[in-house]
Design a binder for this molecule. Structure first.
Ligand code: UT7
Length: 320
């Protein structure tokens, strides 16, 4: 694969830590020091479909292709208010494409899961151009009376267009069923035949367990892909990590013994946007000219499942 274009879109409404302290028992100092987050963008008047459409259009334009050129759309999304049809099919109509579409739920690691699937399609020549779109609204999973989860998340969409190339040097996906540390249950319609009326829950998270699992799984994924690519950590130019908590990023940085400047972040402004966090970061860095031609990028993410993904990519600059 090769990344040919990138795009992203954030809601217009910015929410500061002080705004949250207006209705939650929290404060800017706690949120900033424990997470690194100062603001997040939260959907108000727009919808996730609006954001996803904008991110997709930006990615397609920067790749210099038309929507008709796409052979496949993969949309990474944990949940949105359409249970069916798939979000990818709604965006397909908005951008004017006519290729097959599928949604996948790889939680916050969804972008890396999607990259691996796309690589198989490109390698076997089943597709020449693929849109990966990560569109997430995790702020709608939270209990907004609960300070330990609602302060963490923001909404957003990030997208890339992929074409053929040999830029993927190594990739690793993992999953291990550990539902209890992080889950969200949606209400389904009752039927006359159901006897077990299970209660649904807004997002439930054991923050300390997720923190520990995130650091240890990301470190082991990073070691794995470095070995697979026959590279040392100092040969990586940028570690683009899932933006969940600045302290998680710092713990991973310490593990690989690399300088802070190799760990660009935007969690300060956007919070945790789930699977959209890495493609939003890539889009920003690329548009601002921070990713030189030939840079080696290491991506790593983790999320509910517990799922993880990491990969190493060679970067080629994009003209916007
Ligand atoms: O994409 C994956 C999504 N999830 C994650 O990545 C989450 C990973 N985990 C984390 O980021 C951290 O565990 C949190 C930021 C969620 C919590 O930080 P922590 O350092 O693990 O704090 P804690 O849960 O151990 O809580 C410490 C204290 C507690 O008070 P006591 O028991 O010490 O009196 C909490 O009640 O902080 C309290 N607390 C808060 N105080 C002010 C929890 N949330 C807040 C808050 N404001 N928002």
């Amino acid at each position: 694969m090769r990344i040919l274009g990138t795009g992203s879109a954030l809601p217009s409404q910015t929410v500061t830590n002080d705004m949250l302290a207006g209705f939650l028992d929290t404060n800017d100092e706690w949120i900033s020091t424990r997470t690194g987050i100062k603001t997040r963008h939260i959907l108000s008047d727009e919808t996730l479909v609006d954001l996803a459409t904008r991110a997709a259009q930006n990615a397609i334009a920067s790749a210099g292709i038309t929507p008709e050129d796409l052979d496949f759309i993969i949309c990474s999304n944990v949940a949105n208010n359409y249970v069916t049809p798939a979000l990818s099919t709604i965006i397909q109509g908005n951008i004017g494409s006519n290729c097959p579409c599928v949604d996948l739920n790889g939680a916050c690691a969804g972008f890396i899961y999607a990259l691996d699937i796309a690589e198989s399609f490109l390698k076997t020549d089943r597709a020449k151009k693929i849109l990966i779109l990560c569109a997430e609204e995790p702020t709608k999973f939270c209990n907004w009376q609960e300070r330990s989860t609602s302060i963490l998340f923001g909404d957003g969409a990030g997208a890339v267009v992929l074409g053929a190339g040999d830029d993927l040097k190594a990739i690793r996906l993992t999953a291990s069923s550990k539902k209890e540390v992080l889950y969200y249950q949606r209400k389904m319609e009752p039927t006359p035949f159901e006897h077990n009326n299970e209660m649904t829950m807004p997002l439930v998270m054991n923050g300390r367990d997720v923190f520990r699992m995130a650091v240890s799984s990301s470190c082991s994924d990073i070691d794995f892909v470095l070995k697979e690519a026959n590279m040392q950590s100092d040969e990586i130019d940028f570690f683009l990590l899932h933006q969940a908590n600045m302290r998680i990023i710092e713990a991973i940085r310490t593990h690989v013994h690399q300088p802070t400047k190799k760990f660009p972040s935007n969690i300060q402004r956007y919070g945790n946007t789930s699977s959209a966090s890495i493609p939003i970061l890539i889009d920003e860095l690329s548009r601002e000219g921070h990713l030189p031609e030939g840079s080696q990028l290491l991506l790593s993410a983790f999320g509910a499942g517990f799922v993880t993904g990491a990969c190493i990519l060679t970067w080629h600059t994009i003209q916007y």
